[in-house]
Design a binder for this molecule. Structure first.
Ligand SMILES: Nc1ncnc2c1ncn2[C@@H]1O[C@H](COP(=O)(O)OP(=O)(O)O)[C@@H](O)[C@H]1O
Ligand SMILES: [Mg+2]
Length: 366
C-alpha cells in the first residue's frame, strides 16, 4: 500500500502523539514549525519545515512533501496561513472552525446559534463595559480575554468588587467575554471524531479536574447515561452544523440544570489522552483516520481508565500504572511534561489509585 501523507502545523506533544499513532496506519508526517518554535517533541517522526516570514504557500506546501491533508495541533494558528493552503489540499478542521474557536465571543455565539446551552455571557471591552457586564451577570463572574486564553491564562475569576478592581487593569483594553460563574458539581468533556464522509464516533464522557486552570486528572467513563446522551447530542450537532472533519472536544459543566457547554477545542485534547489505553482506537488515531477518510476505530472503553498529567514534574512514578508518556521537553514549572495512565475494573479503586499517583508525582495531596 502506498504511503499516505499528512502535514501537521505545530511541533508539540499533540503533534508527536498524532504522528506516533498515525504511523502504524501507514501514514507519513511532516511538521510545520512557526516562529522559532521548539521542535524537540517531533524529532525523528518526520520532516520538520521551519516557516520563514513571507514564504510563498506553494513553496511551503512543497517543502511539507505535498501532503494529502493539513491539520493543526492547536487552535492558536493563523487562519490566513490555514486558508493559504486550501488551494493545494484540504485543511481539517476547516479554517472557519478555527476562526470561531480561537475567539471566545465568536465561539460562544456559534454555540448558541447551534442551540447549545452556555453560561449567561456578555461582550465587554475596557473598564466601563467590564463593570456593566459584571453588574448585569453578578458574582462570581469570569472575565476572559477573547483571544490567547488557554490553561486558565488570560482569565480572571471575580468574586467581589475588590476582585473586579484588581482584574480591570489586567484585562486592560482587550476584547473580553464576561460569563456568569456556573455552580457545577464537576467538569466533563466529550471527544469525538467525524470523518470526511460523515461517519461519527464518540468516546465515553470524561470527568476532569484542574489545578491552577490546567488539567490535572481525567477519569472515564463518567457514568451517567442521561448526561452522556446529552453530550453526544451536543457533539453531533456541532460536528454536523460545522461540517467538521477530525476530532473535536467539548468541555462542559455538570450543573443542576444539566450540561452547560464551557468551550470547545477543534483538535485532539488533553482530556482524551487516556484513549491510548482502553479503546481500540485512540483519539490521535481517529483524528488521522477521520481526516484521511478512513473508517473510524472503535471508541468503546469497557474498563475504567484515568490519566494524571505531569505538570512541571518529569520523574516516572514507581507505583503500578498502565503507561508513562514523557514528551521529551525541557523541565519548566507547571509545564506539561508527560502523563501517566491507570486502568482498573473497579472505579473506586481507580479513583484511589489516581489520588496516590498524584501524591507520588507532586509529593503532596492536591
Ligand atoms: N463560567 C464559568 N463558571 C465556573 N467556572 C468556570 C467558568 N469559566 C471557566 N471556569 C473554570 O475555569 C477553567 C478554565 O476556563 P476555560 O474557559 O476552560 O479556559 P481555558 O481555555 O483556559 O481552559 C474551567 O475549566 C473552569 O474550571
Ligand atoms: Mg478549558
Amino acid at each position: 500500500m502506498s504511503k499516505r501523507r499528512v502535514a501537521i502545523i505545530g511541533c508539540g506533544q499533540l503533534a508527536q502523539m498524532m504522528a506516533q499513532e498515525g504511523q502504524p496506519l501507514g501514514v507519513e508526517f511532516s511538521f510545520l514549525a512557526e516562529n522559532g518554535e521548539n521542535t524537540d517533541c517531533v524529532k525523528g517522526l518526520g520532516t520538520i519545515v521551519e516557516m520563514e516570514p513571507g514564504q510563498d504557500p506553494e513553496a511551503l506546501y512543497q517543502a511539507l512533501g505535498r501532503p494529502e491533508v493539513i491539520t493543526s495541533e492547536r487552535e492558536q494558528v493563523s487562519v490566513d496561513l490555514l486558508r493559504s493552503f486550501q488551494p493545494f489540499c484540504p485543511v481539517y478542521p476547516d479554517p472557519h472552525i478555527t476562526e470561531k474557536a480561537q475567539h471566545r465571543l465568536r465561539e460562544k455565539r456559534a454555540l448558541t446559534d447551534s442551540g447549545l446551552p452556555v453560561a449567561p455571557f456578555a461582550a465587554a471591552q475596557g473598564e466601563k463595559e467590564l463593570r456593566e457586564a459584571v453588574d448585569q451577570l453578578g458574582y462570581p463572574a469570569f472575565i476572559k480575554s477573547c483571544e490567547n486564553g488557554y490553561d486558565g491564562k488570560n482569565q480572571w475569576c471575580v468574586k467581589s468588587a475588590a476582585d473586579l478592581d484588581a482584574a480591570i487593569p489586567q484585562a486592560g483594553d482587550q476584547e473580553c467575554v464576561v460569563e456568569a460563574g456556573v455552580n457545577f458539581a464537576c467538569e466533563v468533556s466529550i471527544i469525538g471524531a467525524r470523518s470526511a464522509s460523515g461517519e461519527i464516533k464518540a468516546y465515553p464522557l470524561t470527568e476532569n479536574r484542574h489545578r491552577n486552570g490546567t488539567l490535572l486528572l481525567s477519569t472515564a467513563p463518567y457514568d451517567n447515561p442521561e448526561l452522556l446522551k446529552a453530550a453526544e447530542g451536543y457533539l453531533a450537532t456541532l460536528l454536523k452544523d460545522w461540517d467538521y472533519v477530525g476530532v473535536l472536544a467539548v468541555e462542559c459543566f455538570v450543573s443542576e440544570s444539566g450540561l452547560i457547554v464551557n468551550e470547545v477545542a477543534p483538535r485532539v485534547h488533553n482530556s482524551g489522552h487516556w484513549t491510548f489505553v482502553g479503546p481500540e482506537a485512540s483519539q490521535f488515531a481517529n483524528h488521522i483516520r477521520a481526516i484521511l477518510d478512513m473508517p473510524l476505530g472503535d471508541t468503546a472503553c469497557p474498563v475504567p481508565v484515568a490519566m494524571v498529567n505531569m505538570l512541571g514534574v518529569d520523574v516516572a512514578p514507581k507505583q503500578d500504572n498502565d503507561g508513562v508518556w514523557l514528551y521529551g521537553k525541557a523541565l519548566r514549572p507547571g509545564r506539561k511534561m508527560g502523563h501517566v495512565i491507570l486502568q482498573d475494573p473497579d472505579m473506586d479503586q481507580l479513583r484511589e489509585r489516581s489520588e496516590k499517583m498524584i501524591e507520588e508525582l507532586y509529593g503532596e495531596k492536591i
